[in-house]
Design a protein. Structure first.
Length: 308
């Protein structure tokens, strides 16, 4: 199998490239050569800017293209059109942010946004791919993507926090659902799935308490965990959209961690245990020396705990 990866050296693209190589595929990268160009010295990298010109791929043929970095419909239309007769299958990485109503558990048939937000643009990109490729297209809608090499710090904050001293602020209620997809499980599905269509690519929800227990186990920590309710956090002026990492206090997004991923699981998606993801993220985070800046500073955490 010859796989073309649009991107291929950032977080999701890197995992897709690694998965394709592990599956024995021949991999070609198409990118601007600006992000970690030294990462895959033995792979063919075609240098180009997909926003203006894909002519460097003219005359080539691939079994599969994975579009890891499509955010604007006009840009996706350019690659979808240029590759229509050059690839057998087009895989597009979208997002569960496409759903218009996040107050109820999103499923693949729910209404989508039609605006200029991130989710609305992703939904428009999906339409472009599906219009061009029909049953040769797979659209994956991941939720929060986590794992090694994630630079957003939203997930890695938690295992890292258990390596530092002091009481730990835990947001909301211990039973609040948390949901994500390990980037390696996402990549395995995108590269290996054979069905076509649209799929929510998410792991089943787990209680926030289970995530924190896994973090404590990975860090070998027995620190005190102090739960602060959503009402308290909102009253303290905390940003309701992950002002505390992973916590969502906006009622309009109350089902954001309850996405239905049963269709993808029926099509072959498998997800690893939370403890494995946590341990691997902590090992990667420790190896890189931690972040430049914490998403929740020590001072802010102490201020919130003092007001509890």
């Amino acid at each position: 199998m010859h796989v073309l990866v649009l991107g291929g050296t950032r977080f999701v693209g890197r995992a897709v490239t690694d998965q394709a190589l592990a599956a024995g595929a021949e991999v070609t990268l198409f990118n601007r050569g600006q992000t970690a160009p030294e990462l895959y010295p033995d792979l063919e990298t075609v240098v180009g800017d997909r926003t203006v010109d894909l002519s460097a791929l003219a005359g080539r043929r691939f079994d599969l293209v994975v579009d890891c970095a499509g955010y604007f419909p006009d840009v996706v239309a350019r690659s979808a059109s240029a590759l229509r007769d050059a690839v057998d299958r087009y895989v597009f990485v979208s997002s569960v942010s496409v759903y218009a109503d996040q107050s109820v558990p999103p499923h693949e048939g729910a209404a989508l946004l039609r605006d200029d937000s991130y989710g609305g643009r992703k939904a428009a990109c999906e339409r472009v791919v599906l219009d061009h490729y029909g049953d040769r297209a797979l659209v994956g809608r991941p939720g929060l993507i986590v794992g090694p090499h994630d630079q957003t710090e939203r997930f890695s904050y938690w295992p890292r926090r258990f390596t530092r001293s002091g009481p730990i602020l835990a947001p909301g209620d211990p039973t609040d659902p948390m949901q994500w997809i390990d980037v390696r499980d996402l990549a395995a599905f995108l590269v290996g799935a054979t069905p076509s269509g649209v799929f929510n690519v998410v792991a089943p929800p787990v209680p926030m308490a289970d995530l924190l227990d896994a973090c404590a186990a990975a860090a070998g920590s027995d620190q005190e965990v102090v739960w602060m309710s959503t009402a308290e956090l909102l009253a303290a002026g905390v940003d309701p959209w992950m002002g505390v990492p992973l916590w969502i206090g906006d009622p309009q997004w109350s089902a954001a961690n309850l996405v239905d991923g049963s269709r993808a699981r029926a099509a072959g998606l498998t997800t690893r245990p939370v403890g494995e993801t946590v341990a691997d993220v902590l090992a990667w985070d420790t190896g890189r020396g931690g972040p430049v800046e914490e998403p929740l500073s020590t001072d802010d955490e102490k201020r919130l705990l003092a007001a509890h």
